[in-house]
Design a protein around this ligand. Structure first.
Ligand code: ZN
Ligand code: ZN
Length: 383
């Protein structure tokens, strides 16, 4: 059976709320385990006892029940094993005495990451546009990328000449706890300390160079090799070139995201490139050669076999894009279409009419899917 709560706090049964609070504060100062001259176990037990008494007597409703029925009247205020720190709702009443030391009594529940401990800096993203030629040849780029670095003048502390003191509001923890009562029990919420913005340290005079933030923005000179064959959307990581870390933590990384510009002449399909040529109708029928420009700007002669359909895809091996981390290259795929003249001379017109008569007589009537309508996927399936 716990001791009488009035006796614990050393007050009369008629004490006002102010007197109760005053008594609790002075006892809390005496018995807080971090400041008490008593043995730690004794001090902890004492501190818990006065806190339990205060929890009940500082609440007028609970106090009434206690006055009427004694300990039995308020036993439902606590869990099965009696009063525990989870039941304590008055942390704010004494937090100004002890600051964050008191928060430690709650066993550190809900503690989030704080900037008062070493923490990696933020990573940065940079979007870089390159051409298809850059994918073919690879590229060395020099980038100027602004990132946050520690202020040299204050060594990142934010105080003038580097002078800082432990933040009084959070006791150097970088965060503050609040205990709030809810239908599900006491909720401990942890938030960044508003006075030191999570750093745990404050300064009387701010560093003029960084205006107290401890960081300045500087352009990083980054020299980066874009490898041959890189794909659209790939990210290149540059370690340590993101923003500076906190409290001695490492800097974040820089991610360069690659965007390959669309090309007027070539479409990309992995390591293969696609392009098109037009040939005359006679050349498709009897065969011949046609000039094709490659991505590197060479002109190659492509052989058109006799009887080539419109929409046929011919392949020039090794004239596509390099594969990453490999010496092999993809192919250049050339789709053939027919060149239909808009105007012809009378002579040509006569020849064409004759041709049409002969062709018409020989042609068998059969329905067939037009080659022109084939999609890239259809053609790929047939390769
Ligand atoms: Zn500074
Ligand atoms: Zn603080």
């Amino acid at each position: 059976m716990p001791r009488d709560y009035y006796e614990v706090l050393g007050i009369a049964k008629t004490a006002t709320q102010d007197e109760i609070k005053k008594a609790y504060r002075s006892l809390a100062k005496k018995y807080h385990p971090d400041v008490s001259t008593e043995a730690k176990e004794v001090a902890e037990a004492k501190f818990k006892e006065i806190s339990e008494a205060y929890e009940i007597l500082s609440d007028e409703e609970k106090r009434k029940l206690y006055d009427q029925y004694g300990h039995d009247g308020v036993k439902n205020s606590f869990g099965q094993d009696g009063f525990s720190w989870d039941d304590f709702t008055r942390a704010d009443d004494i937090s100004d005495i002890f600051g964050d030391i008191f928060g430690g009594m709650f066993g550190g529940r809900g503690r989030g990451r704080s900037r008062s401990s070493a923490q990696q800096g933020d990573s940065l993203r940079y979007d870089l546009e390159i051409s298809l030629e850059d994918v073919l040849n690879g590229k060395k780029v020099n980038l100027d990328i602004p990132h946050a670095i520690l202020c040299d003048a204050c060594k990142g502390t934010g105080g003038k000449d580097g002078k800082v003191t432990t933040c009084k509001t959070c006791g150097g923890q970088g965060q503050v706890q609040r205990v709030a009562r809810s239908p599900f029990g006491n909720m401990v919420t942890v938030s960044e300390c508003p006075d030191c913005r999570g750093r745990g340290k404050t300064s009387e005079e701010k560093c003029p160079n960084c205006r107290g933030s401890g960081r300045v923005t500087k352009e990083a000179k980054i020299s980066l090799n874009i490898p041959k064959g890189i794909e659209d959307g790939m990210r290149l990581r540059v370690a340590g070139e993101g923003n500076a870390g906190y409290n001695g933590g490492p800097a974040g990384d820089l991610y360069v995201v690659i965007h390959v510009k669309d090309d007027k002449t070539f479409d990309r399909d992995g390591a293969n490139l696609w392009t098109g040529i037009t040939a005359s109708y006679p050349k498709l029928v009897i065969g011949g050669e046609e000039k094709v420009k490659t991505l590197e700007g060479e002109t190659v002669m492509l052989k058109i076999p006799a009887g080539t359909d419109v929409g046929t895809v011919l392949r020039i091996p090794g004239k596509g894009l390099p594969r990453m981390n490999s010496s092999s290259r993809g192919d250049l795929m050339v789709r053939v279409s027919v060149n239909v003249p808009k105007k012809v001379s009378a002579e040509v017109r006569e020849l064409l009419m004759k041709l049409d008569e002969t062709a018409g007589a020989k042609a068998k009537s059969k329905s067939k899917k037009s080659g022109i309508r084939k999609t890239i996927e259809d053609i790929k399936d047939n390769l």
